[in-house]
Design a protein around this ligand. Sequence first.
Ligand SMILES: [Zn+2]
Length: 282
Amino acid sequence: MSYVNMEAILGDARKNHYAVGAFNIVNYLTAKAAVEAAEELGQPIIIQTSVKTVKAFGIKEMMSFLKPIAENATVNVAIHLDHSTDVEFTKACIDGGWSSVMYDGSQLTLEENIKNTKEIVTYAKNKKVTVEGELGAIVGVEDDIVVIAGNSAHARPEDCHIFLKETGIDAFAPAVGTAHGVYTGEINIDYDLFDEINQFSSCPLVLHGGTGLTDEMFHKLIALGASKVNISTAIKIAYCQGMVTYTKMNPDQNDPLKLDAFTKEGLKKVVKQHIQFFSLRD
Ligand SMILES: [Zn+2]
């Protein structure tokens, strides 16, 4: 089976100290490019969809073209829902065929976050779907969720203990200072906090806001235990810039397939660079 949930993929990554890239795709072309890149490297991959993207296509329509890509792949592929703050929408995606979902209750109180995440975990388990949870706030703009720097809160270890124990999630994203989108100021990552949480965490840790971190930062966080690294902005840039570059180079060319082929190559290059870097063992 090449279409899997995150359990097998992240379990191996955690055990062997590497990270798996989770790339935010926006359509068929970006999904196909990401999976082909992983296939050419013989590495597993997570393709993830933001709520906004799923709503633009419709749950059924989106899964109808994503699933065959995953099922026909020569490597393990998980299809994951990124940052869903809506319990009912998350359940609809579980029913719709996603093999993994993130329920993001980080804007709620700890109690409410636990209650909703637990509800999703119970619902997902019956369908062998894995669940990612988040604690603390990751600053920046992700989808339509805006978190301002001043409001950002690092996850507190004592809360993490309770959250992990109560919810039984499969992957955990604690806020440790990374940001969504393009970094504007100084990046302040609390490595000690990340290390501390990983030591007691029952499940693999997830790093959000990967675009813009330096190689050194990635290396340090992966060495400390990050098993899933989310890459969204770099994909958006590669996609849009690929189209711009091709159009500038070929202003009179009107063959969409050639435009797609050129853009896809650029996307594959970016995905490959990330996968190769994340899979470097110590
Ligand atoms: Zn995120």
